[in-house]
Design a protein around this ligand. Structure first.
Ligand code: S3P
Length: 430
């Protein structure tokens, strides 16, 4: 448990400069889990430094894999092939929904029982979404009212065709990981396209995965080969700087080595739709993932509505988009974002309450917000609700407010971005 920390954010005059952001969290989780099931030694540069991915590495180690950092800072995982070792204690997923949901898919197909536990926030988050398909595949899972702790009795799985009721990359990936261990071909047909790192990572480790529109299929019994890879910078972390820059007219930011996967870069389209000029330079492919440099020069004007399929693609960027909405000319409306209520905190209410504390006019609807532009906010006491993205999103709003703000329980940024406040200071001009 980290000690509580309050951070004061003074208003900024401008956002200027270039930066690299930490390795992508979603990709790091998937690489670590698949490395455990691959034959031989995998190695990852720029592996996500936050506590969430450390939880995944801890679980992988508890399942019998040797995990270490080499002298160059790379994460090395010695894979065991598709059969892992029974853990001697409950697997601690910490704050990480990705760890609990995706690892469950792997544990469902192991010939042993395991227990997954998490912190208070994770223990409040819905697990039925993975329990249902994994139980259809033949495994037994016991929970407390569909919440952690989860007791999974692994078994020989059978393939299923599954249509998840919610658009969730974690659910899709969990079922595909289980599908790798099942007999037959497993298909997940998503209600809306979600991030595709699970599919791309499976391919990077040598598995064949097919896609037809929103349906992804995997044949069970395929063997994985170890992988050496560089993890691209996390777009969801870059989002804080890009959004901050977009509301300061004299800004100019460049983010290097960042993930440009089309299922993760919708933010650039939204910022462009609002009037900023964004460009992507030096775009390269690395194990199926696009990586490049983004530059942003701000511009303002237009109102944007984020809804439907776009909401699903922007799910982690919505808090920071809402945080800058009052400072845009046209305001932002978000619809179809009920899922925000079941993230690390209820992000819909967390953003609303904090922006209102800063004097903003915010209308919270049942599945989003209507936030008018052209507002002036004042500094305030900000509550992070122990949610990393809330702390970082409101820190961005605080840059544009009049007077200082204090972000309470700011230590939670360590979940995805331990150096966030330091990096923010590098780009802020006062
Ligand atoms: C993630 C998917 C998203 C996202 C989370 C990471 C992933 O969750 O909010 O931060 O790595 O697959 P859902 O799949 O539940 O929408």
């Amino acid at each position: 448990m980290l000690e509580h920390k309050s951070i004061t954010i003074q208003p900024a005059r401008n956002i200027l400069g270039s930066l690299r952001v930490p390795g992508d969290k979603s990709i790091s989780h998937r690489y670590a889990m698949l490395a455990a099931m691959a034959a031989g030694r995998s190695r990852f540069d720029n592996f996500a430094p936050g506590a969430d991915c450390a939880s995944t590495l801890g679980c992988v180690a508890a399942l019998g894999c040797k995990v270490e950092r080499d002298e160059k800072g790379g994460v090395v995982v010695e894979g065991l092939g598709s059969q892992l070792q029974p853990p001697s204690a409950p697997l601690d997923c910490g704050n990480s929904g990705s760890t609990m949901r995706m690892l469950s898919g792997i544990l469902a197909g192991q010939p042993f029982a395991s227990e997954l536990i998490g912190d208070a926030s994770l223990s409040r988050r819905p697990m039925k979404r993975i329990m249902e398909p994994l139980m259809q595949m033949g495994t037994e899972i016991q929970s407390t009212d569909d919440h952690a702790p989860l007791h999974i009795r692994g078994t020989k799985l059978r393939a299923i065709e599954y249509r998840p009721p919610v658009a969730s990359a974690q659910v899709k990936t969990s079922v595909l990981f289980a599908g790798l261990l099942a007999e037959g071909t497993t298909t997940v047909d998503e209600p809306a396209r979600t991030r595709d790192h699970g599919e791309l990572a499976l391919r990077a480790f040598g598995a064949e995965v097919e896609r037809m529109h929103n349906a992804v299929s995997i044949q069970g019994g395929q063997k994985l080969a170890a992988l050496e890879a560089f993890v691209p910078g996390d777009m969801s972390s870059a989002a804080f700087f890009l959004c901050a820059a977009s509301v300061f007219p004299e800004s100019n930011v460049v983010i290097d080595g960042v993930l440009l996967n089309p299922t993760r870069s919708a933010l650039l389209d939204v910022l462009a739709a609002m009037g900023s000029r964004t460009s992507m330079l030096r775009v390269e492919e690395s194990h199926g993932e696009l990586v490049g440099t983004i530059s942003l020069v701000p511009g303002q004007g237009r109102h944007v509505v984020i809804e439907g399929a776009l909401t699903a693609l922007l799910i982690d960027e919505l808090p920071v988009l809402a945080a800058i909405a009052p400072f845009t000319d046209g305001g932002i409306e978000v619809r179809d974002a009920k899922e925000l209520k079941v993230k690390e905190s209820d992000r819909l209410s967390a953003v609303t309450r904090n922006l209102r504390a800063m004097g903003a006019q915010v209308e919270q609807t049942e599945d989003g917000w209507r936030i008018p532009g052209g507002q002036r906010l004042h500094g305030a006491e900000i509550e992070s609700y122990d949610d990393h993205r809330i702390a970082m999103a409101l820190a961005v709003a605080a840059l544009k407010a009049e007077g200082a703000s204090v972000i309470h329980k700011a230590e939670c940024v360590a979940i995805s971005y331990p150096e966030f406040f330091k990096d923010l200071e590098k780009l802020v001009e006062r």
